[in-house]
Design a protein around this ligand. Structure first.
Ligand code: ATP
Length: 335
């Protein structure tokens, strides 16, 4: 798989002497979603902003599709890279449609093309153009504004999207929905995404790979989410993923037929669990069932029952699968 963004021994020392990033080398693969996580002040935003030269590195090199970003004109560079930040920064006196059309207008697209693209993008992010294009940002919810921000960043179909806490200002329920929808859009259009978050749950839910940084932009671990949770590479990573790691893992696995025991008819009425459901949903259903077993459906048929040992077996399979892979492997996309 080709490399979309490459950081080679990158260092950033700000004018006051703060070394935000000491010596970072990191590759982001084409079409992957790579999340940067770490404690406040560890250099995540600095790293992201060096990729589109909002921050100039002190030393080292950064490549975008093989081009050294310092050799490319900064304005041209930013057209190849979408950028989404928390609270979006929409223009308050421009409508949603005009906000989304910002870059196409700058590029001199004609009206018909701009209008068509704007409509298409609003559809893509789940905002019906007829209802939303003429509204102003203050007439939207936080989640809707964030969607407009994503649509605007995608307007010219940039191959790379940088996102800094993009869902940070959205309430937890809306945030989860936005994450899921964003992941679908990203898989569909294949944009390479580098996303900064301090939320480990968000990172493991969204990312193909997670890069954990500690102070000074030190790369503590770079791996797929399951391996990150199951086998933290250092005390700093273990600290970050915390005691909730097993529960987070549950969200990453799914119920499979091989985890089931034969149907006995013991489970009473309760939430329906289906083959392919996330393990955390199955766990919740199991916890609510006094018999300790839930019927599992596939299509219209009950194909077996899940109990606690079955759930544990599924969890172990997930973890063992991750242990067999090495760190820093290219992502395998299933979406
Ligand atoms: N313009 C600046 N001048 C001086 N120091 C800066 C500047 N911008 C950031 N820093 C410092 O660089 C370090 C890394 O900051 P950065 O914003 O990259 O971290 P972060 O991991 O994104 O933090 P957070 O999660 O809190 O946003 C911090 O110590 C910060 O105070």
């Amino acid at each position: 798989m080709a490399t979309a963004i490459r950081f080679e021994h990158v260092r950033k020392a700000y004018a006051d002497g703060t070394v935000a990033v000491g010596d970072l080398s990191l590759d982001v693969q084409e079409h992957e979603l790579l999340a940067l996580v770490g404690p406040s002040g560890c250099g995540k935003s600095t790293t992201l902003r060096m990729a589109n030269r909002l921050v100039e590195p002190t030393s080292g090199r950064i490549f975008l599709d093989g081009d050294d970003v310092t050799d490319v004109d900064a304005v041209g560079l930013r057209r190849r890279i979408g950028y989404v930040i928390q609270n979006v920064g929409l223009f308050p006196h421009r409508t949603v449609g005009q906000n989304v059309a910002t870059v196409p207008r700058l590029l001199g697209w004609d009206k018909a093309r701009t209008r068509a693209r704007t409509g298409e993008l609003l559809e893509l992010v789940g905002l019906e153009p007829g209802r939303y294009a003429r509204r102003y940002p203050h007439e939207l919810s936080g989640g809707e504004r964030q969607r407009v921000g994503v649509a605007r960043a995608l307007a010219t179909n940039p191959p790379v999207l940088l996102m800094d806490e993009p869902f940070g200002a959205v309430d937890p329920v809306g945030r989860r929905r936005l994450q899921t929808e964003f992941r679908r859009i990203q898989s569909e259009i294949g944009t390479t995404v580098m996303l900064v978050t301090h939320d480990v749950d968000e990172a493991v839910r969204l990312a193909d790979r997670v890069a954990v940084l500690s102070r000074g932009g030190v790369l503590e671990q770079l791996s797929d989410p399951v391996r990150l949770l199951a086998a933290p590479a250092s005390a700093a990573v273990a600290d970050l993923v915390g005691t909730g790691a097993a529960v987070r893992l549950l969200a990453l696995g799914t119920v499979e037929r091989r985890d089931l025991s034969p149907a006995t008819g013991t489970p009473g009425d309760g939430p329906v669990v289906r083959v392919g459901d996330p393990l955390d949903a199955a766990f919740a259903a199991l916890a609510a069932q006094p018999s300790g077993r839930v019927a599992v459906h596939e299509g219209d048929a009950v194909v077996g029952e899940l109990d606690a040992p079955g759930l544990l077996a599924a969890l172990h399979r997930l973890v063992d699968g991750a242990q067999d892979r090495t760190d820093d492997t290219a992502p395998v996309r299933t979406a």
